[in-house]
Design a protein around this ligand. Structure first.
Ligand code: 8YV
Length: 321
């Protein structure tokens, strides 16, 4: 009988996913769940046929150049792939895959949660109860802004952006979007396409970011663009922290230019810019967009489906390189 291929697994994965890995492969599991350094990734990949990283493992050009020749595939447990240098992987003939589709609902749910929580000042209200500082009910206290019927601008109308639009329509929101290209009319479902992001921004009472982090989108939401939003707008980010210029967003939250922000992703995770914590008009979550039991299982199985295809010489469904 042939030896099972060795698979380096970057982090702890859901039990059912690790079980399937153990059935079909010889996985090198990360039982401590500590994030591997570049050197550890290279060392632990010795003899491995593939790596299953999360977004926390940085597979830079340098790391990829140092990987042993045995590594034929990187099957990421994530839809985002900004942690992997695709050019370097391609140059070495390493196939890279991701896990699209299966996390769209979970991530859009968190974007809705952030939008509603930021608009209705949920952070301040929850803190009052937890610290027993709820003075008294008042007709003029704790006023937020209504989400229903407002205009929502979506940056990045891919899978998650489209689900977000659908959920927001349940709140009678008018949907505007900016994308690299216009999507089909049936997927648009009445949403207004803006080829020019700057032209869309003045129409956005709420702005939700759903585009990938690429060199083109790094710092996309900067001071000039925030200035174009209506006064009192709300910004939501479930994509990547890199898309936002933190200095600009924080200044707009401090000055009251923006009413609030709901953020699930940050530059420098898990060590976020401390100024976000000091602001009452931020609602902050620790990168839990895809963190449901159903979705994390589905992400793991999708990564393994890709791995199985590569290991048996078939075309993986979610091939990036
Ligand atoms: C995941 C994500 O939790 O899939 C992504 O790109 O940002 C998250 O939903 C994470 O990346 C898992 O590696």
């Amino acid at each position: 009988m042939m030896n099972k291929p060795v698979i380096l697994v970057g982090r702890r994965l859901p039990a059912a996913v690790e079980k399937r890995l153990q059935r079909d492969y010889a996985p090198r599991l990360n039982t401590d769940d500590e994030i591997y350094s570049a050197d550890q990734l290279v060392e632990f990949a010795a003899g491995a046929a593939a790596i299953i990283p999360c977004h926390t493992e940085r597979l830079s050009a340098d790391v990829i150049a140092r990987l042993p020749d045995s590594v034929r595939a990187i099957c990421s447990f994530s839809v985002g792939y900004d942690h992997i240098d695709l050019g370097a992987a391609k140059a070495r003939g390493i196939i890279v895959t991701n896990t699209p589709d299966v996390l769209s609902n979970a991530t859009a749910e968190v974007a809705m949660l952030l939008m509603l929580a930021a608009a209705r000042r949920a952070h301040e209200g929850a803190r009052m109860l937890r610290t027993d500082t709820w003075g008294d009910w008042s007709a003029t206290g704790q006023l937020g802004i209504e989400v229903t019927g407002k205009r929502l601008g979506i940056i990045g109308m891919g899978r998650v952006g489209q689900v977000m639009a659908r959920r927001a329509r349940g709140f009678d929101m008018q949907i505007h979007y900016h994308n690299r290209r216009r999507i089909d009319a049936d997927l648009e479902a009445g949403a207004t396409f803006h080829a020019d992001l700057d032209a869309m921004l003045p129409l956005c009472d709420f702005l939700s970011i759903h585009c990938p982090a690429t060199p083109d989108t790094t710092g996309l939401l900067n001071a000039e663009r925030i200035a174009r939003l209506p006064d009192g707008a709300v910004v939501v980010n479930t994509a990547r922290g890199a898309v936002v210029d933190d200095d600009a967003l924080i200044a707009a939250l401090q000055s009251g230019k923006l009413f609030a922000a709901g953020l699930d992703v940050f530059n420098g995770e898990p060590h976020i810019d401390p100024r976000y914590r000091e602001l009452d008009n931020t609602f902050l979550l620790p990168h839990i967009g895809s963190a449901t039991r159903e979705t994390r299982d589905a992400m793991g199985f999708r990564a393994l489906d890709n791995l199985d295809a590569i290991m048996t010489g078939r075309q993986p469904r979610d091939r990036l390189t």
